[in-house]
Design a protein around this ligand. Sequence first.
Ligand code: ASP
Ligand code: MG
Length: 418
Amino acid sequence: MTNWSVFKFGGNSLKDQESLERAIDLVSEFGNGRLLIVVSAMGKSTNALESYLEARINKDLILENRIWQELKDFHIEISKSLNLFDEMLRLGIEGELNRIRKQSIDSPYERLYDSIVSAGEILSSIILHAAIQTKFPNASWLDSRMVIKTNRSHKRADINLEYTERCIQDKLKNQKGVWISQGFIGASEQTKETTTLGREGSDYSAAIFAYSLKAKELTIWKDVPGLMSGDPKFFRNVQLLHEVPYDEAMEMAFFGASVIHPKTIQPLKRRDIVLNVGSFFDNKSKATKISNFNFLKPKIPCFLRKSNQTMIEVKSKDLSFLSDVQFSDIYNIFSNIGLTVNLAQHFATKGIFCISSEPRLIATAASKLNSYDIFLENDLVLYTIRNPDTESKNWLKRKGQPMMEQSSARMDQALLLE
Ligand code: ASP
Ligand code: MG
């Protein structure tokens, strides 16, 4: 272990003057150790950039210009509110926004997406860098595309971990102080073009930095108290979880605990790096600790909700039996397209799969599965209860008649129409 720590600030922790000031305080409180800060795009900038891209593809000039101007005003306003807006920062912000404006839209959609949507993290990191420099004048900015090395699967790139680790080590091993870099983005090893790791991927980037630096801990600062036994927006009487085993956190993240990205845990577990999910506004105790614990503490049922699910029924046209060979083909089709199956049930002549809705990808899957009868049902919600008890089982039953359900000692699941 080295003495690096990694902080991650998400979009909600960087959305206005107040949250940025709080982020600067947290870094100041950290003091003089070696600290790498990984940032997401500010506020809802990633969504705005996605809308900007759609507007450009649809040649909706008015909408395109409006979103672009809003993005510019938003970033400049935030910089001004912190008295940071000098010539350097103006050049940085305008440079990045002009870059996306000049970007030709002739390249393939996914490549274009990465080139344009990555601007959110670049803007956020240059503004936070300027802000941190007010307290730490030597704080440095690192372009994560120099070190996060991926394949060419644009919009959902996979990281080459060994190469990335080497690049991060080469860049940072003899450095100290505070460094600011971007989550979510990297660059293709072969083409050097910008890639992105999938929506909400900056927790994962932070985990990769922590892994590569053999950091002692990673703290993800959130605008919620920590990892809860359910999202308070959807579930009542939820409690803060104090200690969570890595495996439990992985399951919870996969089935909808949006507080952490599912891919975050594995690299940390491999190097025994503690993950703190801390409350941005109350950091006294870094609220939830995810580590090598044996048990969840407190040991209570945890309620998870994954909305925007699609159920795909894949049925043989002539009522012939579906063997493992066919099922494996079906799974290969999903995975090659980039769709993850969240819940599945196999029958003699059909399979039913619950998949997070991605209309473009699901349409591609349906066309590749044209030797079967396909039936789709959209707008579903997948409820998962970890460590269920009688009360939680009754609660799930009262939610309605599920389209799919599964139950085991550790977990109950139901796919419901809402
Ligand atoms: N800004 C990206 C997104 O909103 C990545 C992230 O926030 O983790 O998806
Ligand atoms: Mg974000």
